[in-house]
Structure formats: C-alpha cells, structure tokens
Ligand binder design. Sequence first.
Ligand code: MN
Length: 287
Amino acid sequence: MELLRIGPVGRERPVVRAGGRTYSLESIAGDIDRGFFAAGGIRRVREALAAGTLAPVDIDGERIGAPIARPGAVVCIGQNYAAHAAESGSEPPTEPILFFKHPNTVVGPFDDVRIPPGARAVDWEVELGVVIGAPARYLPTREAALACVAGYVVSNDVSERDYQLVRSGGQWSKGKSSETFNPLGPVLVPADEIDPRGLRIWSRIDGEPRQDSSTADMIFDVAELVRHLSQFLVLEPGDLVNTGTPQGVALSGRFPYLAGGEVMELGIDGLGVQQQRLVPADAVVNA
Ligand code: MN
C-alpha cells in the first residue's frame, strides 16, 4: 500500500492506495503525522483495508502534498555515497556526517521550488527518505533500528552551494534550509513492503540525465544510520531522515546549477517519481 496526502497546501487529507484503488483515511486518521505513527497508524490502515471499512475517493486533478505532515525534525546525512564524496572534493566519511534541515522546507512532490533572491548555486539531490515510526533512542542493534522505521519516500535535498560552503560559517544547514527546499513524495511505502537496499535512484533536469545510482552504493545503510543517529539524538515518530545523495549533482562541475523555468525530475524504484519547476522566490506574493 501507499500512503498519500491530498489537497491544498495546509489542508491535505490522508488517503491510501491499495489494490489499484484509493481510499480516504479520514475515518481513522486526522493526518499522517507524529500521532498517526505513534498510535500504530500503518497497522490500523491495514486492518481497515482488510475489514473493508474505508470509503473509496476520487483524487483525480487534486494536488498531491508531502506524504507526511511537517516533521518534528529533518535529519540529513552528508556524503553517504563514495562517488558523491569524491565529486564534492572529499574523502568518504568514516562516521556518518549529520546536519539539519529546517522542517518547514518540506513541500509536495510537484510543488514549485523557489530560488532565493540572488542565489546562483541551487542544486538537486535525490535521496532515499526514511520516515521514523517509533522513538529511536540508544538503539543496540541494526534490527532494533529497522523496527523504528515506518517507511520510505523520495526526497529532494535541494541545496544552495554558496550558502552551504562559502557562506556557511563552517556548518551546512544555511545552504539546505531555504523555503521549499525539501520536496517529498509522492508516496510513503511502509517499511515491510520494500527493501531499501538496491533500489535504483535517479534524477533528470529538463529531461537530461544527472544522477543514476543504486541505494546499494550507500556507505552507511539505513539500519546503520538509524542505529548510529540514535546514539546522539532521539528520533521521533514522523521525523524524516535524508540518507544522502549519489553522484551527479551540479557541485561536481559537470553540470550547470539550476535556473528559473527548469524542471527537476527525481525517482526511486518502488517509491514513485516527483517533479518540480524552479521559480524565483521574489515572484511569490505573500498573502
Ligand atoms: Mn543531501
């Protein structure tokens, strides 16, 4: 099954796709958020599907939002693919590199991405996103770590490289946190329905290939990342972990940075495809 959130920004409604049909989850869940996961939401959705108690809905023509509500935290791993570390001018890390992205960067998978005024080095990063389903705190084993994972999503860790590396002050978050810089979705696939190892992961700009790798190339896999992170912070239900991007970003020097009007397309096998158009932030009028 696939969980989605459908509707206008800020008024998304939870739905589930299963067996080729879409059903409303409003009878059992207000949203797909921390409370949903903490209360065993995925199990409850399965039970409702099996019982046939969910109402079918037609979502044609509706906006698709991020498949989870605004997370409590967006935790990111840097340089988790050796070839990407090399194209960034770095040695592969011997410990996972942790940085934070502001949770308000999360937007829908087909929403516009806004280029900050004056920004000249906006870059794409397709990543396997891990959604946390249970508190992850000082986990002893890889198995305990995987038991804390609710599911997986496609995530775009949009980055501004001057902000990240030149104006950083020594820490990357400034280059990762501009508004709209984390398109997510379209779907959340439960962890027991997909193996996160060995999924093809790719991106294109205006239809031209950029990244094309496999999650098998991660230096630290999902189980190790969640176990490791839990030694340093408590991951909570509904949190998002971006697990790093493979080679083929503009930072490599092989491709130009993004410009207004261009279209990013990103996908991971089994998790769907997302697409965003780049627009200037100063074209947006705040209500
Ligand atoms: Mn990243």
